[in-house]
Write a protein that binds this ligand. Structure first.
Ligand SMILES: *Cc1c(COP(=O)(O)O)cnc(C)c1O
Length: 237
């Protein structure tokens, strides 16, 4: 199928607008905007539009379901895929084979399994993972309790085939982005404390989505996961 030039151009423009907002937020936070990676969250977006996204320079795509990513990936050459949603252990093998980064790992058992599978399926390509933290202890959300991360890292040690890239969180549903600031700040402070005790943990902070990414960047996000501000509103489930 052909790419429509207008589709690509619309995504080029959307990307430029988002990068501009990231740059301004980085400036407010006294940070280098090049220290923020943009993941374009393409859940529910067709493979054809994903190809247009890659053509528009959005080559890092985020999916929250393994199944959907497996179906699209062969039709979207040149993309790198981040899993931003929860990973069930029965899909771990396929996820390890497909994804370039796993952003939402949240148990010791899963981390050990992913490490083993990476050694088996891609021993020469270590897999970067983020530990998802449920900073606000919201019962509706996935992620480790903030008090549990230290123990998980202690038991995990230095996994042979994983890169512990950092921590990830999903901000609270708030009316004003500003109200998410305390969540993002808490994740950064947790990361700083943990890294004193666990040098294997990287400094990455994946936080910030369409409604709150500027605040997240001001608070130190190194990865923002943005769907709607790039691809438009998603169809309701
Ligand atoms: C859907 C999703 C996003 C992107 O959300 P937008 O509000 O569309 O930017 C980011 N992170 C996760 C974990 C998601 O599920």
């Amino acid at each position: 199928m052909v790419l429509h030039e207008s589709d690509v151009q619309a995504l080029v423009d959307a990307r430029a607008r988002v990068l501009e907002r990231i740059a301004r937020a980085a400036e407010r936070g006294g940070r280098d905007p090049n220290g923020v990676e943009l993941v374009a969250v393409s859940k529910t977006v067709s493979a054809e539009r994903c190809r247009a996204a890659v053509a528009a320079g959005l080559d890092v795509l985020g999916e929250n379901r393994v199944q959907e990513a497996l179906a699209k990936a062969p039709e979207v050459p040149g993309a790198r895929w981040h899993l931003v949603g929860p990973l069930q252990s029965n899909k771990a093998r396929r996820a390890v084979a497909l994804f370039d980064v796993l952003e939402a790992t949240d148990s010791l058992e899963l981390l050990r399994r992913i490490d083993r599978l990476t050694g088996e399926l891609r021993p020469d390509r270590p897999l970067p993972v983020y530990l998802e933290v449920n900073v606000d202890r919201d019962a509706a959300k996935a992620g480790l309790d903030p008090s549990a991360v230290d123990d998980v890292l202690g038991r995990l040690g230095r996994p042979a085939h994983l890169i512990l890239a950092g921590l990830m969180t999903v901000g609270r549903q708030v009316d004003r982005a500003e109200d998410a600031r305390s969540t993002f700040r808490a994740l950064r402070e947790l990361s700083e404390r943990l890294r004193e005790r666990h040098p294997a943990l990287g400094a990455g902070l994946s936080m910030g989505m369409t409604d709150d990414f500027e605040v997240a960047v001001e608070e130190g996000a190194t990865v923002v996961r943005i769907g709607r501000a790039i691809f438009g509103e998603r169809p309701h489930a």
